[in-house]
Design a protein around this ligand. Structure first.
Ligand code: NAP
Length: 257
C-alpha cells in the first residue's frame, strides 16, 4: 500500500544516511533529499551509493556518495571527515546500516554473532560518536537510530539481531542523556516488518501470510509508512524529543498473546 509522501523542511541541512546503497537506506536518502537536505549516501558498496546519488540528483536533489564500513573505526573516521570536508557540516545522522543472521542459537557461529553485533551496535555507536563530535562544534543535530520491534520483543532464531537492536535502543537513551547538553538529540525508530526487495518473496508465501495475520492492521509495512516518523525525528518537529523510541509496526507489538 503506497502511502502519501510526506516532506519536512530540511532546507540546507546536511544529512548522512548509513547503509544507503539499497533498501530502506536508499529510500530514506531520497526522502531527505526531497525534503531539501543535502544528503551523504554511505555504505560499503560505493558503486551502488553512486547510483543512488545519480537518481537523487536527476530528481533535483543534492547528494554525494561515500564508502563506509560502519564496523571499522578507521573507515568511519575517514568517511565522516570526507563528509565534513564536502558539505562543511553535519546536522542529521540516520544510523540505518544493519544486518541479520538467522538460525538456531545452539548452532550460531561466533563469527555470525560478531558480524551482527559489530554492524548493528558497535557500528551505530562509532557513527553516532563521529557525528556528535561534528554536531557539538556546530551547536547540535539529530541522530536517528534505526532499531526494530525485535529490539523491544523477541522472535525465534534471530538472537544476535534482537540483542543488537535492544542494545541500540538502550544506547539511544544513554547517548541522549549525555549529549542533550550539546544540543544533540538521539532517538530510535523501531520498524515492524517492512516489505523490501529482499523479503518480498517471503511475505507472499504461506508462512509470510501467516505472519501478516498476527499484525493487528493485517498488512506488512511499506517504506513509505516510515516517512512521517523518520522526518519527525530528523527535523525540528521533534525538538523536545530525545532518548525516545517510536515503533512503526501496524500494532504488531501490541498483538494479542
Ligand atoms: N526491512 C525490515 O523489515 C526492517 C524492519 C526493522 C528494522 N529494519 C532495519 O532497517 C535497516 C535497513 O534494513 P533493510 O531492510 O533496508 O536492509 P538491506 O536492504 O539489507 O540494507 C542494509 C544496508 O546496510 C548496509 N550495510 C550492511 N553492513 C554495513 C556496514 N558494515 N557498513 C555500512 N553499511 C552496511 C548495506 O549496504 P552495503 O552492503 O553496501 O554496505 C545495505 O545498504 C536495518 O538496520 C534493519 O535492521 C528493517
Amino acid at each position: 500500500m503506497p502511502g502519501p509522501s510526506f516532506t519536512a523542511n530540511l532546507g540546507g541541512r546536511v544529512a548522512l544516511v548509513t547503509g544507503a546503497s539499497g533498501g530502506l537506506g536508499a529510500h530514506f536518502a531520497a526522502l531527505l533529499a526531497r525534503s531539501g537536505a543535502r544528503v551523504a549516501v554511505a555504505a560499503r558498496r560505493a558503486e551502488s551509493c553512486a547510483a543512488v546519488c545519480e537518481a537523487l540528483r536527476a530528481a533535483g536533489g543534492e547528494a554525494e556518495a561515500f564508502r563506509l564500513d560502519v564496523a571499522d573505526a578507521a573507515s568511519v573516521g575517514a568517511a565522516f571527515a570526507a563528509v565534513e570536508a564536502r558539505f562543511g557540516a553535519l546536522d542529521v545522522l540516520v544510523n540505518n546500516a544493519g544486518i541479520s543472521a538467522a538460525g538456531p542459537s545452539l548452532d550460531l557461529p561466533e563469527e555470525a554473532w560478531d558480524r551482527v553485533v559489530d554492524t548493528n551496535l558497535k557500528g551505530a555507536f562509532l557513527c553516532a560518536q563521529a557525528a556528535a563530535r561534528i554536531m557539538r562544534a556546530r551547536g547540535g543535530g539529530a541522530i536517528v537510530n534505526v532499531a526494530s520491534i525485535l529490539g523491544l520483543r523477541v522472535a525465534a532464531q534471530v538472537a544476535p539481531y534482537a540483542a543488537s537492536k535492544a542494545g541500540l535502543v538502550q544506547l539511544t537513551r544513554a547517548l541522549a542523556l549525555e549529549w542533550a547538553r550539546h544540543g544533540v538529540r538521539v532517538n530510535a525508530l523501531c520498524p515492524g516488518y517492512v516489505e523490501t526487495d529482499i523479503n518480498r518473496g517471503f511475505f507472499a508465501s504461506d508462512a509470510g501470510q501467516a505472519m501478516v495475520k498476527r499484525i493487528p492492521q493485517r498488512r506488512i509495512g511499506t517504506a513509505e509508512d516510515l516517512d512521517g516518523p523518520l522526518l519527525l525525528l530528523c527535523s525540528d518537529a521533534s525538538r523536545y524529543m530525545t532518548g525516545a523510541e517510536i515503533a512503526v509496526d501496524g500494532g504488531h507489538l501490541v498483538s494479542s498473546l
